[in-house]
Design a binder for this molecule. Structure first.
Ligand SMILES: [Zn+2]
Ligand SMILES: [Zn+2]
Length: 222
């Protein structure tokens, strides 16, 4: 039995939380008093924890990183098991810390300009498809047009068109906006088609159906 320092009642030892910092190994207040205290001081406790976390952030993160490094299998297993939870958490965290995160990356890029530029160039060289994808996406986004074409969708389109220009049947080279960007054609699965350089250039900002008519009459003329 132990007397609670708050309610002064004598209670079983199991009615107390364990506390390594106390001589007898248990907290000085009973569980129900602790609970009441926590509920009454929710906000200030959370604020204190937050302050403590940020004050010791470097040490905490370093410890966590060391632990992760020491047992990569456990980490991988955890990530696999909690995949959806992690994704959801990350989204919430990123939304809440947008400014802090972008400031962090900005600082990192400035301090490691050489390294970052080198890595970026290497990535671009290794991923020409994605570079092209990003270019078109950003352009459509800037014009507030739909820009959701994904790389798998594009692969499907290419397969469906046998990797040929949809207008003349020669090997494709450009992603053609069927309805041109200038006529509000977005970067979407329904509007992007493979075309050769000649057709893509000749088509330019023309009305797509007009262009096809011209193509047909030219082909018939040969
Ligand atoms: Zn008590
Ligand atoms: Zn063509």
């Amino acid at each position: 039995m132990k007397t609670c320092a708050t309610c002064k009642e004598s209670k079983e030892i199991t009615d107390y939380h364990k506390d390594k910092t106390r001589r007898d190994g248990y907290h000085y207040s009973c569980k129900s008093c602790t609970k009441k205290y926590r509920e009454a001081n929710k906000d200030s406790i959370a604020a204190r924890k937050k302050r403590w976390y940020y004050k010791n952030q470097d040490v905490i993160l370093a410890k966590a990183r060391a632990k992760n490094k020491a047992c990569p299998e456990i980490r991988a297993l955890y990530r696999k098991k909690n995949n959806s939870h992690i994704k959801r958490y990350r989204k919430v965290y990123q939304a809440a810390n947008k400014k802090r995160i972008s400031a962090y990356y900005k600082k990192y890029r400035e301090e490691n300009a050489n390294k970052v530029n080198k890595a970026r160039a290497a990535w671009k060289k290794a991923n020409p498809e994605r570079v092209n994808q990003g270019f078109h996406r950003r352009r459509a986004k800037k014009k507030l047009l739909p820009h959701g074409l994904t790389i798998p969708q594009w692969q499907e389109t290419l397969d469906a068109c046998n990797h040929k220009c949809v207008y003349c049947g020669t090997p494709w080279k450009h992603r053609d906006h069927f309805v041109p960007l200038s006529k509000e054609g977005g970067f979407t699965v329904n509007n992007i088609l493979p075309a050769c350089v000649e057709c893509n250039t000749a088509k330019g900002a023309l009305d797509p159906f007009n262009f096809i008519k011209i193509m047909r009459s030219q082909q018939a003329g040969f």
